[in-house]
Design a protein around this ligand. Sequence first.
Ligand code: NDP
Ligand code: 8X3
Length: 250
Amino acid sequence: MSKIALVTGATSGIGKATAQILAKNNYKIILCGRREDRLLDLKNELSAFTDVYTLSFDVRDKKAVFESINSLPEEFSKIDVLINNAGNAHGLDSIQNGNLDDWDAMIDINVKGLLYVSKAIIPRMIEQKSGHIINIGSIAGKEVYPNGNVYCASKHAVDALNQAMRIDLNPFGIRVGGIHPGAVETEFSEVRFKGDSERAANVYKGFEPLRAEDIADIIHFVVSRPYHVNIADLIVLPTAQASATVMNKS
Ligand code: NDP
Ligand code: 8X3
């Protein structure tokens, strides 16, 4: 029987590529994100391979998160795999120059949004006594870099929550693992730099960054391990990147 995977942030980047690879590997998919047009385009594309359902909500909106997930039809209600991927950086400023709205966005989306979605789905997994949660952290959740302050803090929180979920959900047979990418060329920097495409493109110049598909491929590997194998924590960097700040650029 096909497993069901719910992917947050499926309208772009890592989430979209993950939905694509899982759909082609016999998973039914629940696509989540705010941009409905993109959700519908991806649903059309992936319906050639599998059953697809879309849920459009903002992970910051507690009520919308619970109402959306509780509205899933019977055939999509047993969620086997949750990919907690929705998130972004907003701004790259020193702590003294930080923008409060950027701080709110990062804490509300990357931390509280991940918690709301998890809280809406975990009771189902507990009842099933099975499930697999993948939390997308970052190298920024393992290290801190100049001007990364609040984004790094939000991803350190994801790292802590990943460990905490693994402990608390251990009695229920639920697998929990974190994947922590370095630089992946997606819309991430466009969002961080508020649509400044030139500045965003510069982030990936002079070295070969990861592609969203590289991370999606690893997510598929992680979720397709036999049940007794839980890949708990993975850091994945471009070969040119040695740490959050050390990059071999030409
Ligand atoms: P993208 O900007 O390409 O994708 C971000 C996704 O998150 C989009 O689908 C977006 O959907 C969704 N999202 C953002 N805000 C919200 C919100 N408020 N409610 C619901 N969905 C939201 O970036 P990436 O694919 O690169 O990022 C995915 C994850 O990977 C993030 O958690 C990011 O922190 C992490 N990461 C990225 C790295 C990189 O270098 N790119 C490296 C390490 C980690 P929509 O706008 O339609 O709602
Ligand atoms: C995204 C990678 O290095 O910009 O999490 O923080 S980085």
